[in-house]
Design a protein around this ligand. Sequence first.
Ligand code: HEC
Length: 153
Amino acid sequence: MMEGFPMSRLSQFTAILAVAMLAVLPLTARAAEPADAIEYRKNIMKTLGAQGAALALIMQKKVPADNVAVHAQILATTATIALKAFEPKVEGGDAKPEIWTQWADFSKKMNEFAAGTAELAKAAQAGGLAAAQPKMQAALTCRGCHDTYRNQK
Ligand code: HEC
């Protein structure tokens, strides 16, 4: 009994500490700086840029087309998470404020981009470069969005 007391105090303390940490963790996670939100969406865009550039090299026959379906799939997957990265209304970077004042149109453009790249990925998976090539232009609507919603450097 004499030994049991400090043990139970210890486990009580451990339990309280665990609860306290659970309470604190979400707070620290929520305290994202505006700069972080901008950097995050830029990183998603950089992924699109890298995969788009890889596909361009394949289409120009400068590199083998073996991985065309993988690149198309990474594009498609990244497209599905891109909209969420713009949900926090954080002006800055090269993002135009119209993204948030015309959110319905911006999100429509992003969802269409996601749908188009999904179709591209499906075609590439099924029929390689020959099947993907005709869908490339319709899927890569990058420019159409950038012209409206991104500040030119
Ligand atoms: C529906 C809109 C939309 C689509 C579609 C879109 N982008 Fe973007 N993109 C943006 C916006 C907005 C920015 C500016 C983000 C910022 O600076 O905060 C951007 C920025 C970028 C950047 C610059 C990132 C940096 O480091 O500053 C690259 C590269 C890029 N996009 C590539 C692409 C490529 C490639 C595609 C197509 C395969 C694409 N984007 C499709 C809206 C879009």
